[in-house]
Design a protein around this ligand. Sequence first.
Ligand code: NDP
Ligand code: HEM
Length: 503
Amino acid sequence: MAKKPVTVTTSQGYPIPNPFETQRIGEHGPLLLQDFNLIDSLAHFDRERIPERVVHAKGSGAYGYFEVTDDITDVVGSAFLNTIGKKTKALVRFSTVGGELGSADAARDPRGFAIKLYTEEGNLDWVYNNTPVFFIRDPIKFPHFIHTQKRNPQTHLKDPNMFWDYIIQNQEAIHQFMILFSDRGTPATYRHMNGYSGHTYKWSNEKGEWKYVQIHLISDQGIKTLNNEEAVELSGKNPDHAQEDLFNSIEKGDAPSWTAYVQTMTEEEAEKLPFSVYDLTKVWPHKQFPLRRFGKLVLNENPSNYFAEIEQAAFSPSHTVPYQEASADPVLQSRLFSYPDTHRHRLGVNYAQIPVNCPYAKTFNPVIRDGAMTVNGNYGSAPNYLSTLENPVEFKQTGVNYQAKQEYYQGPALPFHWKVEGDIDYVQARALYKVLGKQPGQQKALAHNIAVHVANALPQIRQGVYKLFAKVDQKLSNDIRGEVEQINPKQTAGKCPYNHQKL
Ligand code: NDP
Ligand code: HEM
């Protein structure tokens, strides 16, 4: 069938007879400033890139739905969860954390698992990772920690000294580092990993009764991982393997899915824990806080445009719906600020008007108007405040029954660095080492994955690493030391390799 010819135009609609022509004096003379098509095209090209995400820059995404499979109304009153079988449209973006936009999908790194649910009560973002814990519990450490995972300011190289120096000084990160250096640190694909809220959130029911919760999204495809060597090889052979896997699976109708579970905890139970319920470096033991199934997440539709729908997607833990609240976890509290802040920088003040971020629910707030890139009609002639003079606004009670009994906080407004007594930070790391012991070859894989990385670090850093892992298990430490010293037996005391300028 003959193709219908299209007319190419400038951005302003002027039909261009030949889009490859440029206006010039004679055939080979200088170009003319009046050639709007040329300037229109080049100037737009020059501005094609927006800032990449400061973390989680490399990612893949798809649409699907969340379906309620079990009654959960005694725990949460959110409308999208109120009926078994109810489906809500979802967008998911998976990502690695430390690498740049073009970096390899097989990198050893946590994976982001960000979900946007377009509910009837507004957009709800569950901005999760594939690990149930995190590196920090003091939010101010986040920029320090992330800088050590990125490039050295002088060499512009990833730097094992910075990397391990951080954890030696900040041992609350040990649990997350154990997971990161197990084979779960290199998932085979995005389909073969779980998602975890990590943080404690608070959910309440319609009576106003609330509980602490943790959410788990367990892969229906099962867990599959790469070993260190497979991951290194794949990074070179196909740096986009996880993008390719997700896109092709969905394209051929093999829709990946995850089963959603909630763990619940009362305030009284939280008081009896050996750790704080707000401590993001700890999990809630399954036996004490069993997983309760409530839904399913299915991904069955690829985006039609990566930039518009995935690169411009803006997730935030502060985008929530009635009956789901953040807990006082200080890392989560900081995230509530950080995400919309970075969206305003990365996408602009009107990021919520970009179709992928725009709620399907009706929105009305006439003070949120104007600003760069206002494209939604800007409330037309309606008053720009809640006016009683013109078009009087009738306030409708939403019927949300807020949490009846809140936690009570008291104390002086003093700076606080969250340190814990004893070796509580090692208890769950040790439990994980035991879990790995039940899986053939996994304790050895952990020691190997650490060793090949630490072998590139200075001797004094290595010593710190051996000491650190000895607190988890002496055999783990010995195994790491044995392999490191075999790979790189330099025993001389290291000196700082960087030629710092005097600051
Ligand atoms: P259990 O002893 O009841 O079960 C162990 C859990 O460990 C599994 O259910 C699985 O969680 C997870 N797991 C299995 N293999 C690995 C691996 N190679 N790397 C990371 N996690 C793995 O769990 P407990 O609740 O008593 O916790 C024991 C340890 O398990 C914890 O210290 C923690 O390190 C780890 N863990 C615990 C989770 C929790 O929420 N309680 C979640 C994930 C890990 P899953 O089914 O989620 O894959
Ligand atoms: C992305 C900050 C901790 C999960 C981001 C981004 C920032 C950020 C600035 C880029 C967002 C964008 O440009 O769109 C922080 C800070 C943290 C923190 C300051 C701690 C103080 C965490 C934790 C988790 C997490 C604990 C998981 C439990 C994610 C995910 C993304 C992301 C999944 C990618 C979202 C997407 O796909 O667009 N974070 N983060 N972060 N973060 Fe965090």
